[in-house]
Design a protein around this ligand. Structure first.
Ligand SMILES: *C/C=C(C)/C=C/C=C(C)/C=C/C1=C(C)CCCC1(C)C
Length: 197
């Protein structure tokens, strides 16, 4: 943080928080898994903290280009809807996992729309340069990297998809998703902070 321009310090702090919060939860998940217990609650507590922070990263990057707080709150709200409905399908109303997964997936697509084609995309285009390219890379993380999670969900719940994904290990898929996305996001933000003064 001390080596980058002042306007990027908060973004770097948030990146560090995201990986730190995940690291702490992975300690708990390791122990739970070793005891043969479910990791679901730890996972969702982690996500409900870290995914909104990833939404904050979009806002922080675009702030200089004129992003309003309303963009941040809209993204946070969508991410919370996505995660709460996912949790309901995965851990509470397991018999209706398909419906909850669908609602969660719709919230996910609205996030994808907002950053690729909505207000956030327009701000990124007007900012240009390093901000626009960092935004673009984060957009790819959300479109491709975040798509790993619904696969994990389909591996771990019952639905029309069970014949396709049922043999996969939900925990392993979520672990891979977390490693790619949380570390990846942090590196993109770090790169931006170092490149653009
Ligand atoms: C660091 C953690 C991250 C980036 C977690 C992201 C989680 C998702 C994008 C989860 C999405 C889900 C769906 C789109 C449908 C099925 C239920 C979820 C919650 C697994």
């Amino acid at each position: 943080m001390s080596t980058v321009d002042g306007k990027w310090k908060t973004s770097l702090l948030v990146s560090g928080l995201i990986t730190f919060i995940a690291a702490v939860h992975y300690m708990y998940m390791r122990d739970a898994h070793a005891d043969g217990d479910s990791t679901t609650v730890f996972r969702y507590v982690d996500w409900i903290l870290t995914v909104p922070l990833m939404c904050v990263e979009f806002y922080l990057i675009l702030k200089a280009a004129g992003a309003q707080k309303s963009l941040m709150w809209k993204m946070i709200l969508l991410s919370v809807i996505m995660l709460v409905t996912g949790y309901l399908g995965e851990a509470v109303y397991m018999g209706q996992a398909q419906i909850w997964g669908l609602i969660s997936g719709i919230a996910y697509f609205v996030i994808v729309y907002e950053i690729w084609m909505g207000g956030a995309a327009k701000l990124a285009a007007s900012a240009g340069g390093a901000v626009q390219s960092a935004h673009k890379t984060l957009c790819w993380f959300v479109l491709v990297g975040w798509a790993i999670y619904p696969i994990g969900y389909m591996a771990g719940t019952e639905g029309w998809y069970s014949g396709i994904f049922g043999g996969l290990d939900m925990d392993v898929i979520y672990n891979v998703g977390d490693a790619i996305n949380k570390i990846g996001f942090g590196l993109v933000v770090y790169q931006l902070a170092v490149d653009s003064k």
